[in-house]
Design a protein around this ligand. Structure first.
Ligand code: FAD
Length: 392
C-alpha cells in the first residue's frame, strides 16, 4: 500500500500535520528515527503563542495543554541599571503565553494521531528522498534492525528538524538559502526545581546573559551565556548555581530555588531560512524549513503554524480539488517566518551586550541600555514587544 502523504519526523510539525490530515480522513504515514519513549521525553520548548493554542484548540489537539498549561503574561529584566517587569499580557494585542512542555505536547499529539487511526513507525530512519519533483516521490528508510524499506507516495512533508535530510533533497539552484551565525552560545539547563519567580526573567550581566523560564511546577529551564565551543560537562553543579545567582542578582531579588540539573547542552544561536520551502511535491515544515534561535521562543510556534497552513492546503487540494492554497504554501508562511526571525534577532541584541572594554563594545552596550530603557518607559515600544513576543 502507498500512503498519500509521507511525513518524515514526529516532532510538533509532523504530528500536528498528521493529525490534521487524519481528521480529514487522508491517508498518511509518519516515519520517525527515534523511539516513541525518546520523542515523548525530549525536553525543549515550553512557551506556546496564542496563535498556536488557537490552532491546537480548533483542531481538537489542546485538551492536555488547556488542562495542565500555565498562562504567563509577564517577563522581567534585570540589569546593572535596575530591574523592571513588563506585563506584556496587557500590551499589544493583549495575548498571553501558555506554558506547556514540548514533550507533553508531543505525547498528546501521538496519542491523538493513533486515536485517529494514524500510522506511525518509530525507530525508522529515512535515508533519502527521491523523485520529489515527479508525481511519484519515494523514500528509502531503515528500521532499527537494519531492514531497508521503500515507500512511494503522492506528497512528502519534510518535518525532520534542524538535522534532518529533507532540506538536502532540494537542489542548490531551486531555493535561496539565508544563514546567520549570531556568534552567541547558551548553556541550556533543565533543573529539578520549581520556578523561582512567577515570570520569565532575562538578566543582562557583565559575565553574560542568564535566563529563567518555567516549564512545569517542578521543572525550570535556565540559560547561561557561555563561550562558543564550551564543554557543558565542565560546569560543576556549584558553579552553575553560583553563576545563575550572580547574573540573576540573587542578593538583591532573592535567591533562586536550586535543584538537581537534569539536562545540560550548549545551543549555538544561529538562523537559516530557505525560500521557497517547497520543491515539486516536497514541503518543508518547522525547523527543516527555517531554524530560529531560541532567544524569542518561536521555533515550535512556527512549526505548528506551518503545519496548519500545509494541512489546510493539502486537504483543500485532495478533498476539494483546489490547488491554490497548496501552491501558495511558501508565500503564506515565509513573511511570518521572516518577522519572527527579525524579532528574534532584535531579542539577541537586547539580551547580549558585547564583552570587553574596547570602543565598539562600550558603544554597543550603550545602545543596549538605551533599548532596555525604551522598553521600560515607552508604551509604544512595549506594544511592539508584546505583539511580537506572543505573536506569530
Ligand atoms: P523537531 O522537534 O526537531 O522534530 C523533528 C523530528 O524528525 C525528530 O523527532 C527527529 O528525530 C526526526 N528525524 C530527523 N531526521 C530524521 C530522519 N532522517 N528520518 C526520520 N525521522 C527523522 N521553541 C518555542 O517555540 N518555544 C520555546 O520556548 C523553545 N525553547 C527551546 C529550547 C531549546 C533548548 C531548544 C533546543 C529549542 C527550543 N525551541 C523553542 C525550538 C523548538 O523546540 C523547535 O523549533 C521544534 O522542536 C521544531 O519542531 P519540528 O517538528 O520542526 O522539529
Amino acid at each position: 500500500n502507498r500512503p498519500t502523504i509521507l511525513i518524515v519526523g514526529a516532532g510538533p510539525a509532523g504530528l500536528v500535520l498528521g493529525n490534521l490530515l487524519r481528521a480529514a480522513d487522508i491517508d498518511c504515514l509518519i516515519l520517525e528515527r527515534q523511539s516513541r519513549a525518546h520523542v515523548e521525553h525530549r525536553a525543549r520548548a515550553g512557551y506556546l503563542a496564542a496563535n498556536t493554542v488557537r490552532i491546537l484548540t480548533d483542531n481538537g489537539l489542546a485538551a492536555g495543554l488547556l488542562r495542565n498549561g500555565q498562562q504567563h503574561d509577564t517577563c522581567m529584566f534585570r540589569t546593572d541599571h535596575g530591574s523592571f517587569e513588563l506585563r506584556y499580557g496587557s500590551r499589544g494585542r493583549g495575548e498571553v503565553h501558555t506554558v506547556y512542555p514540548q514533550q507533553d505536547l508531543v505525547r498528546d499529539l501521538i496519542a491523538e494521531y493513533l486515536d485517529r487511526s494514524g500510522d506511525i513507525r518509530f525507530e525508522t530512519r529515512v535515508r533519502d528522498l527521491n523523485d520529489v519533483d515527479t508525481k511519484q516521490p519515494w523514500v528509502t528508510c531503515e528500521s532499527a534492525d537494519g531492514e531497508v524499506h521503500q515507500w512511494s507516495c503522492e506528497y512528502v512533508a519534510g518535518c525532520d528538524g534542524q538535522h534532518g535530510i529533507s532540506r538536502g533533497a532540494v537542489p542548490a539552484d531551486a531555493a535561496q538559502r539565508y544563514r546567520r551565525d549570531h556568534g552567541v552560545s547558551w548553556l541550556a539547563l533543565l533543573a529539578q526545581a520549581p520556578q523561582s519567580m512567577a515570570a520569565v526573567a532575562y538578566a543582562v550581566h557583565a559575565n553574560g546573559f542568564a535566563g529563567h523560564m518555567a516549564r512545569s511546577p517542578s521543572i525550570t529551564r535556565y540559560y547561561l551565556q557561555c563561550p562558543r565551543g564550551h564543554d557543558p560537562a565542565s560546569w560543576s553543579h556549584e558553579r552553575i548555581w553560583e553563576e545563575l545567582h550572580l547574573r540573576m542578582r540573587g542578593e538583591l531579588h532573592g535567591r533562586l530555588r536550586e535543584g538537581q540539573i537534569l539536562e545540560r547542552g550548549v545551543v549555538d544561536m544561529s538562523s537559516y531560512v530557505m525560500d521557497p520551502i517547497q520543491y515539486g511535491r516536497l514541503f518543508l515544515v518547522g525547523d527543516a524549513a527555517s531554524l530560529i534561535s531560541p532567544s524569542a521562543a518561536k521555533g515550535a510556534n512556527l512549526a505548528v503554524m506551518e503545519a496548519d497552513v500545509l494541512g489546510k492546503g493539502l486537504v483543500a487540494h485532495l478533498k476539494g480539488d483546489d490547488e491554490q492554497q497548496l501552491r501558495g504554501y511558501s508565500a503564506a508562511c515565509l513573511p511570518r517566518v521572516w518577522r519572527a526571525q527579525e524579532f528574534s534577532h532584535w531579542m539577541i541584541n537586547l539580551l547580549h551586550g558585547p564583552m570587553g572594554d574596547d570602543d565598539e563594545a562600550v558603544f554597543l552596550r550603550g545602545l543596549q541600555h538605551a533599548r532596555l530603557e525604551s522598553l521600560r518607559t515607552s508604551r509604544s515600544y512595549q506594544d511592539f514587544f508584546a505583539e511580537n513576543y506572543v505573536g506569530i
